[in-house]
Design a protein. Structure first.
Length: 407
């Protein structure tokens, strides 16, 4: 702002009229900037639909995490969570305990993430005892603590080992990177054959759309003609930026934001075959697969646990972190009816998960998981759990009794 006034000053010496005109222009410019700042949306307009679960009245904050006191009681999880917690221990056992994750104002070590697991393991065996944890709320993209919760699952698709006239769309292993070269984009791979005939093909499906959604989910089950099934897991990405096709189709006016879902995208692509390349290529990110695992594996290289594993941005939530979520509960029509508190395990990551405003919640394998995951796009709240002996920075504010109800 001072530079704008300084730029107008030379004119003041040459003409009073010019000085007035320049000052008027500066005033209008400032007014436009103020109006623009006040009118800026806190979330992308595609996510701003009725009953989306977002609390617009929550207090604003600037810190990535805000410390809160958490009540002694947590919602007791089922046995699957204990199994997932063991996978957490496996992941962290391969990491250096002293490794530090810098999360803006918080600095968290792997040893402290392991201490959370130890505290929870003791609490699972002694649920009437204190869990000795403190909660740090994630600020969300809107700086009000609202985090969008989407869902993912493991689909099952039909494939062939060798291509034919129908089954001609390959699923690829990750190629080796050549020095000084980047990996090709989705358009290069799917429409220009950039990886063809390099021995990278795992199998062939009959649908480029199914391949795309298999990549979006990060893993899947493929079924061959003889009934044999195999699991494909996350095998790396091409490093290109992920772009949401849902947002693309909303911006183009093809699907209303209130009707947007994974199924809506799939239906649109099927109904518009002549535009598939145009739309699919809007997302240049491409995911490769690994073969041979018995269970779906996330980016932490441990099996995923349905209803507890989540995909995160590791720059914001470290892999190996344990969290508390206030998660959306939907009815059969995909409408939000309430929120529920649940423990969560950061065991995966994805190209679409960027920043503090989004996590992806793993739902499991098959159609039931697909149905629920495809409707999830609602807001909840997320807290990073740390030991209660963790010493936050002096500037960190701790606010009153927050979140999870007693057992």
């Amino acid at each position: 702002m001072p530079s704008m006034f300084m730029l107008s000053m030379p004119f003041a010496f040459s003409s009073t009229k010019l000085a007035f005109s320049s000052t008027k222009i500066v005033f209008i410019s400032i007014l436009i900037l103020l109006i623009s700042a006040c009118g800026r949306q806190e979330v992308h307009h595609s996510n701003d639909f009725d009953n989306n679960g977002r609390n617009k009245e929550a207090r604003q904050r600037t810190a990535l995490y805000l410390a809160e006191r958490i009540r002694p009681g947590l919602i007791y999880p089922d046995e699957a969570f204990a199994d997932g917690l063991k996978q957490h221990t496996r992941f962290l056992s391969r990491k250096k305990p002293e490794e530090i994750h810098t999360l803006e104002t918080l600095s968290v070590s792997n040893a402290q993430l392991s201490e959370v697991i130890d505290n929870l393991t003791f609490w699972l065996q002694n649920p009437t005892e204190d869990h000795h944890l403190r909660a740090y709320q994630l600020r969300g993209d809107d700086n009000r603590g609202n985090v969008q919760i989407t869902g993912y699952y493991v689909p099952v698709i039909q494939v062939r080992k060798t291509p034919d006239a129908e089954f001609k769309y390959p699923l690829y292993r990750k190629p080796k990177r050549l020095a000084g070269q980047s990996f090709p984009s989705r358009d290069d791979i799917d429409f220009e054959g950039a990886l063809a005939n390099q021995g990278l093909e795992i199998a062939y499906s009959n649908s480029l759309i199914e391949n795309f959604f298999l990549q979006v989910q990060g893993s899947g089950v493929i079924q061959y003609e003889d009934g044999h099934k195999a699991l494909l897991s996350w095998g790396g990405v091409n490093g290109h930026e992920y772009r949401s096709l849902g947002k693309v189709l909303i911006e183009k006016g093809e699907i209303p934001k209130e009707k947007m879902s994974a199924q809506a995208i799939k239906d649109w692509l099927i109904a518009n075959p002549d535009r598939q390349r145009e739309i699919l290529s809007q997302n240049p990110s491409y995911l490769f697969f690994l073969e041979g695992n018995d269970k779906p594996i996330g980016a932490a290289n441990v099996p995923l646990t349905p209803q507890y594993s989540i995909a995160v941005d590791p720059r914001v939530i470290p892999l190996g972190a344990t969290l508390l979520g206030e998660l959306p509960v939907l009815n059969d029509a995909g409408e939000l009816i309430e929120h529920r508190y649940q423990l969560l395990l950061a065991q995966d990551k994805g190209g679409a998960i960027k920043g503090a405003g989004h996590i992806d919640w793993y739902q499991g394998i098959g159609e039931d998981a697909h149905d629920y995951a495809s409707h999830l796009k609602h807001y909840g709240r997320i807290w990073l759990l740390l030991p209660d002996n963790y010493m936050p920075p002096d500037s960190e504010e701790i606010i009153g009794q927050p979140t999870a109800p007693q057992n």
